[in-house]
Design a protein around this ligand. Structure first.
Ligand SMILES: [Mn+2]
Length: 334
């Protein structure tokens, strides 16, 4: 981190600042120029609050040289992280499609969808048991029973399962879940992230509706700082002024995240657009942009879905998308 001091900084002020920085465990390299004095801060600057420095009378500007997300940063970990979910690899050239209904509704529904998405080439099965809904009057999910039904589908199809957690107190119910999803609304539920840092299961971390890429990486850092290196990032659209789509899919996040972090990055074109007919083009675009996987909502009868029907693909539509996605993968990974 580099701090540029204002021209009028007195020696006493500089000495006080340097003493304070050293008390925080940093080494300080002082470079005195003709007009400006520049301090180079060496050591773990991740715990230094830039705004606190900027608030000081003698500081003109502060710039971080290394990012504050140490574990997630590619700087210290140049190789791609490959996450192995029961033999299904994600990242570092391995691509997976995660598919299934928004929420688990019945045994018949989840088994039916699981069989058809498996047939079409999906590697993992998704399904919501605990549902974060905007309205408390909307279907809240089958909760523990939903997880039981997902486990039944896993047993029948052999597909690892992905489902969302909303509260750390539910963790015992997730013992046999293969990938735990943290939804967009919980991306900054830091107490939940800390608890997920204590386990070793892969965590699928979705970007919040109104969160920056840096904030997403800082949330991944919370999980990793606790000792769990198995984090998969998911771009699922952000809120903008546009109203034709449910969210605005930020596809540039994919190549950008690949520069900034070694973690796998997947894209959810279903929640990003909110409309089934937009899912295919966005899924293909995400594969072309270098995503390590996709998460797509599929329902055997979207018109009767209890949640997110308008954006759910039928099994036939999903099979068509999956087939085309593999072709795009071939073209971009040749
Ligand atoms: Mn959904």
């Amino acid at each position: 981190m580099v701090a540029v001091l204002k021209p009028g900084a007195t020696q006493q002020q500089i000495d006080n600042l340097v003493a304070w920085l050293k008390s925080r465990g940093l080494d300080v390299h002082i470079s005195v120029g003709r007009y400006r004095t520049i301090l180079g801060l060496i050591g773990d600057t991740s715990q230094i609050d830039i705004d606190l420095l900027l608030g000081l009378d003698i500081i003109e500007s502060v710039k971080r040289i290394s990012e504050p997300f140490k574990s997630a940063s590619r700087t210290f970990h140049p190789d791609d992280t490959v996450i192995d979910v029961a033999g299904r690899k994600i990242g570092g050239g391995h691509f997976q499609i995660i598919a299934g209904p928004c929420s688990v509704e019945s045994e018949e529904q989840i088994l039916n969808v699981a069989e058809s998405v498996k047939e079409a080439g999906a590697g993992l099965l998704r399904g919501g048991a605990f549902k974060p809904r905007t309205s408390p009057y909307d279907f809240q999910g089958l909760r523990a029973e939903g997880i039981e039904l997902l486990l039944e589908a896993k047993k029948r199809t052999g597909m690892p399962i992905v489902t969302e957690i909303m509260d750390a107190s539910h963790l015992p119910l997730f013992e046999e879940v293969d990938v735990i999803q943290v939804g967009a609304r919980n991306m900054q539920n830091f107490e939940l992230l800390k608890e997920l840092g204590k386990i070793r299961k892969p965590i699928l971390l979705k970007r919040g509706l109104a969160n920056t890429i840096k904030e997403l990486l800082m949330s991944a850092e919370y999980i990793m700082a606790g000792g769990n290196p198995n984090v998969i990032l998911c771009e699922r659209g952000i809120r903008t002024f546009e109203t034709y789509t449910r969210n605005t899919l930020d596809l540039s996040a994919v190549p950008l995240l690949h520069e900034l972090t070694h973690l796998p990055v997947i894209v959810d074109p279903s929640h990003a657009t909110g409309q089934a007919r937009l899912v295919r083009p966005m899924a293909l675009a995400a594969a072309a942009a270098g995503a390590d996987g996709l998460m797509i909502e599929v329902h055997n009868n979207p018109l009767c879905a209890l949640c997110d029907g308008p954006q759910s693909l039928t099994p036939e539509q999903f099979a068509d998308v999956a087939r085309r996605v593999w072709k795009i993968r071939e073209a971009v990974t040749e």
